[in-house]
Design a protein around this ligand. Structure first.
Ligand code: ZN
Ligand code: ZN
Length: 363
């Protein structure tokens, strides 16, 4: 429980710095981060000396189990969420209430403004997301577990790979194995792409068969309990053409050099540029159209981003993917993705599947 108290304390300070006296957290993932509550449809008020969870009767027991010590306001079966927010905010004597602009609906905002005429609503962006960027020990431990689950599942898939398997069967089997090893499931619908389909960075699995191409790109991740992992590997199921060897070599080198550049203080855009410049020099600048990587944790994509326009420095405790790729329509694509923790004096690559081209050949 102490870690949730700690997180809410940090939020309270951030709210005060904004000149507000409390924040209404309406993003359910942010509520989970701040309280440990795993249900949804619940808000959290933090500040003005109050910490109150606003929920409904379905969650009374779950809140007692997951959020011991936290004040809980449950709306009556005939009451409305708006009515509950109104009474909790009035009771806490809030005058300037921070709201999450990216989460609160325009309808709720307008109804709140009408119901609380003496309260100024202060729109905020990334208030909790900024806190979530820096993972604590518990979060890193669960991310390690999510990576372990993803890698174990991949090992089973790889060992049993057959030419007649379809992309969809492999995606299904990944989910099955992750759950069999004790995970909650996939952290996102896996991307499984045979041959030329790997040119689509977000290919949706089809009935295409493994044996129909020379390579197989798999981008998948596991959710341990609440936290995600995110990995990509290319498996070679046919012959290694000179073109594949060249492109694979460029992507691998770009990934390794970008990872090597990761340490606190380095600009996120600089890490992106390390990989991007190397790929551009090899003549593939237009074939690498996405950012180099992203934070992940409770969600598969969260702040920060390793991208051209991310001009903030990395900080210890951030966990990011590093996933350069080269995509050639009608030919295929290569992306290699690993999960990296920024440490106090550098970085630690949390994922461990081999990635040299020779290791990716399936017999
Ligand atoms: Zn991925
Ligand atoms: Zn990713």
């Amino acid at each position: 429980m102490a870690r949730f108290t700690q997180r809410r304390k940090k939020l309270s300070s951030a709210v005060r710095r904004l000149g507000a006296d409390a924040a209404l957290i309406t993003n359910f993932t942010n509520v989970t981060y701040l309280t440990g509550f795993t249900g949804d449809d619940s808000y959290l008020l933090v500040g003005a000396g109050a910490e109150v969870m606003l929920s409904d009767p379905r969650y009374t027991q779950q809140l007692e189990e997951e959020c011991r010590g936290l004040d809980v306001a449950i709306r009556s079966p005939s009451g409305t969420t708006l009515g509950l927010v109104e009474s909790v905010v009035k009771k806490a004597r809030v005058t300037r209430l921070a709201v999450e602009a990216a989460s609160i609906s325009l309808a709720l905002h307008d109804r709140l403004a009408a119901a609380l005429p003496h309260v100024t609503l202060v729109p905020t962006n990334g208030l909790v997301e900024r806190l979530r960027e820096i993972k604590d020990r518990h979060e890193v431990d669960e991310i390690r577990e999510a990576i372990r689950l993803a890698e174990q599942a991949f090992g089973v898939i790889r060992a049993a790979l057959r030419p007649e398997q379809t992309e969809r069967e492999i995606a299904f089997e990944l989910e099955h194995q992750i759950r069999r090893f004790g995970g909650a499931g996939c952290s996102f619908p896996p991307i499984v792409a045979v041959g030329a389909r790997a040119a689509l960075p977000h290919a949706v699995p089809t009935q295409q068969r493994v044996g129909d191409g020379d390579l197989l790109l798999i981008d998948w991740g596991a959710t341990a309990r609440l936290y995600c992992s995110d990995l990509t590997r290319v498996l070679v199921t046919g012959r290694i053409s000179p073109k594949l060897e060249r492109i694979y070599g460029v992507v691998l080198k770009a990934q390794e050099q970008a990872i090597a550049s990761i340490r606190p203080g380095v600009l996120m855009s600089q890490v992106d540029a390390t990989a991007r410049d190397l790929i551009a020099k090899a003549g593939y600048s237009k074939q690498f159209g996405h950012g180099l990587g992203h934070g992940f944790g409770l969600e598969i994509h969260e702040a920060p981003r390793l991208a051209t326009l991310s001009d903030r420095p990395l900080k210890a405790g951030m966990v990011v993917t590093v996933e350069p790729g080269i995509y050639l329509p009608q030919w295929g694509g290569v992306r290699i993705e690993d999960d990296v923790l920024v440490t106090r004096d550098g970085h630690e690559v949390l994922s461990s599947l081999p990635k040299e081209l020779d290791h990716c050949v399936v017999d």
